[in-house]
Design a binder for this molecule. Structure first.
Ligand SMILES: *[C@@H]1O[C@H](CO)[C@@H](O)[C@H](O)[C@H]1NC(C)=O
Ligand SMILES: *[C@@H]1O[C@H](CO)[C@@H](O)[C@H](O)[C@H]1NC(C)=O
Ligand SMILES: *[C@@H]1O[C@H](CO)[C@@H](O)[C@H](O)[C@H]1NC(C)=O
Length: 440
């Protein structure tokens, strides 16, 4: 990281031309403005430029501090039910290679749906064509994305979507229209909806259960939330008919995947940063009280979806190949170090990003965001796809793993095999039925 930052600074200094005038922007005591790219062309030096950048108002997240308090227990070793295998590596076929960063996937008849970084796609399997059915990024007020489709559920012509930047959205699959049912920023029990992540729907009662991954960090800063592992997260219960939202469960450490149990008695919730899946009774008083559904897992559980066996498939993030500790484990075990690193990336990344914005250089700006949001830390974690099938009581039935592919976010089981998505892949992995055990 430090090398890259130094490199950016060096590159920016080279950009300053040899001919030097005194840029207006540097006379700070005379009430001057912030340096622009013209000033740099006029010879502002890098330290002058940095001074100028320091005075820029940082954004909301830039003012926050990483304050982890928790020691996160390591999950179980890669043995017994979690013994390593390469079933995904050996059997996966890459499909839908235009789905950049698919988080959630669905198959209905001859149509396949994927929520990608930019839009929700519909793929027509018969005609082998595809189109965007929801593209809220087409009309953003600035050049930053204003929509990030994540978890989705479909029933007939209705697609309900957790859009991490917009809120709970309903898409009408017949007309192509969409509307926001619960907007990002809406106060629910006095706290703004901040990071919609996944959802499930009781279609008979028209009730949506949606995870609000963090009430402190927005989706762009999810890495910092994971590092912190503080209980800033909750599950929202939204009644579509009366348009009312309530806190269903709170004090979670990054509520992620959401699944109504197959008997409709419980809500299963992946507590991503605590590496466990919880279950909450659906008909009890709110906020609901958790019971464990699984024990500690050897990775961080993401989306949960039904298996054809009558159980559930769960995608695990940050699994450990060979049972070794990864960078996330090391950091979570040392809250003091995590705070220092988290706050350093926020500050340094914020500076680099502001510099990129000033210079109108998108490469510098993007590198700045990658550092500021902590995403650069994730790049130090080895690739590892890890998916687990649980029975209806939370016992492990089987795992499929791969040290070749990036972490998985969702598993969709269909008659023709398993589809595995990842927000870090540009495609979906498809594993044929012959490669795993299935219902007889
Ligand atoms: C694929 O092409 C058919 C025939 O032109 C069209 O009716 C359909 O809407 C297309 N599907 C998608 C998902 O773009
Ligand atoms: C609602 O907010 C109050 C005040 O902040 C808090 O004490 C309470 O725990 C919250 N309830 C839920 C269900 O989140
Ligand atoms: C796991 O073991 C394999 C084979 O020994 C090795 O190639 C790989 O680098 C190891 N992975 C990690 C993350 O240690």
């Amino acid at each position: 990281m430090w090398f890259q930052v130094t490199f950016v600074l060096a590159a920016a200094s080279c950009a300053a031309s040899a001919e030097r005038k005194t840029p207006v922007c540097l006379n700070a005591d005379k009430g001057s403005r912030i340096c622009s790219s013209e000033d740099i062309a006029n010879g502002a030096t890098i330290s002058e430029l940095l001074q100028s950048i320091m005075s820029i108002n940082v954004d909301r997240e830039g003012l926050r501090q990483v304050t982890s308090k928790r020691f996160v227990e390591l999950g179980p070793a890669a043995e017994g039910p979690f013994s390593p295998n390469e079933k995904i590596t050996e059997n996966a076929e890459l499909v839908f290679d235009f789905l950049s960063g698919p988080e959630s996937i669905s198959k209905v008849g001859n149509s396949f749906f994927g929520s990608a970084v930019d839009a929700v796609y519909k793929i027509d399997l018969e005609n082998q064509n595809h189109s965007k059915i929801y593209n809220a990024n087409a009309n953003c007020p600035s050049d930053e994305p204003c929509s990030r489709p994540l978890g989705m559920r479909i029933k007939e012509n209705r697609l309900l979507l957790a859009d991490a930047k917009r809120g709970l959205v309903e898409i009408d699959l017949s007309s192509g229209g969409s509307r926001v049912l619960l907007a990002i920023g809406t106060q629910i029990n006095g706290t703004a909806l901040t990071f919609p992540n996944d959802l499930d729907v009781d279609w008979d009662k028209e009730i949506v259960y949606m995870s609000d991954g963090s009430t402190k960090w927005s989706t762009d800063y999810s890495t910092l939330d994971i590092l912190e592992a503080d209980p800033n997260s909750r599950v929202i219960r939204f009644d579509i008919k009366s348009a009312t939202a309530q806190v269903f469960a709170h004090n979670l450490r990054f509520a992620n995947g959401i699944q109504i149990s197959l008997d409709k008695k419980f809500l299963l919730v992946s507590e991503f940063s605590a590496r466990q899946i919880l279950k909450y009774p659906l008909d009890g008083p709110l906020p609901a009280t958790a019971e464990p559904f699984t024990g500690l897992l050897p990775g961080n559980p993401d989306n949960i979806r039904p298996s054809l066996n009558g159980g559930y498939w769960v995608a695990l993030g940050f699994g450990r190949p060979n049972g070794s500790r990864n960078l996330m484990d090391e950091l979570q075990a040392r809250p003091d170090l995590t705070d220092k690193l988290g706050n350093a990336v926020l500050t340094v990344g914020g500076l680099v990003r502001s510099m990129g914005t000033l210079l109108k250089n998108s490469q510098i700006r993007d590198l700045g965001s990658k550092v500021q949001t902590g995403h650069i830390i994730l790049e130090g974690i080895p690739d590892y796809a890890f998916v687990v099938e649980f029975d209806v009581n939370g016992n492990i039935l089987q795992t499929l793993q791969s040290t070749k592919y990036q972490y998985a976010s969702e598993v969709l089981e269909h008659e023709d095999g398993l589809y595995i998505s990842s927000p870090r892949n540009k495609y979906v992995l498809k594993v044929p039925r012959s490669a795993f055990r299935h219902a007889s």
